[in-house]
Design a protein around this ligand. Structure first.
Ligand SMILES: N[C@@H](CCC(=O)N[C@@H](CS)C(=O)NCC(=O)O)C(=O)O
Length: 196
């Protein structure tokens, strides 16, 4: 969907973040809510040759994989007025042009509400994306993250800030995939530091 199609006729829009957006939205918004979406699991299966890696050593960042039994927790940001066009213009470059993500609309369930939901825009990298890396073990993913860096910073920062968000804002959620990769990456970092 093109940004102009997304905002057509809308005075406000919710944007759901589940990766770097949860800790670094970098666009102006009216309010934010921690919550979840259903039918997707978060996986470090997308490559990144700009923000957290390069062409020779692509980093690993998250995307969403369809799984009807899964939920993914993150943060939704409501943008309104001029924030609508500004945020989408910014995210088109950050997410789509540089990250290869496409946009979809999903139902977002704010935490603690009565089970009600709102429609939210989400950026997803699909398997047909040239940057898509696909499944790997937590040890393989952790080792890749431990040594990659790109124009925005180290891939390890991307991982640790997401893990920190989940522990502080979603303590009730046990994200085995995320925390296994965090453990693996920190193990590699400790070996590298010990070998110095
Ligand atoms: N679309 C996901 C993932 C977003 C994401 O991590 N995108 C990368 C692009 S490859 C990014 O913005 N990276 C910025 C950074 O690493 O600081 C989200 O909603 O948070």
């Amino acid at each position: 969907m093109k940004p102009q199609d997304i905002i057509a006729g809308k005075s406000s829009l919710w944007i759901f973040g589940y990766g770097s957006l949860v800790w670094k939205p970098d666009f102006k918004y009216k309010r934010s809510e921690v919550g979840y979406i259903r039918g997707y699991k978060r996986r470090f299966w997308h490559g990144d040759n700009f923000h957290r890696g390069n062409d020779e050593s692509p980093g690993r960042v998250v995307t969403l994989i369809e799984d009807e039994d899964a939920t993914t927790w993150g943060v939704a940001f409501e943008v309104s007025g001029s924030q609508l066009e500004d945020s989408l213009k910014y995210l088109t470059v950050r997410e789509t042009v540089r990250g290869g993500y496409i946009t979809k609309m999903v139902d977002f369930f704010p935490d603690g509400e009565d089970g009600s939901s709102v429609q939210a825009l989400v950026y997803i990298a699909t398997a047909d994306n040239p940057l898509y890396l696909g499944p790997a073990t937590p040890e393989e993913i952790g080792a890749q993250i431990a040594v990659c860096r790109g124009k925005t910073g180290h891939n390890l920062e991307y991982l640790l800030r997401l893990a920190e968000f989940m522990r502080s804002s979603c303590p009730q959620v046990e994200d085995h995939h995320l925390f296994a990769i965090e453990t693996a990456a920190l193990t590699v970092v400790s070996y590298l530091l010990a070998a110095q």
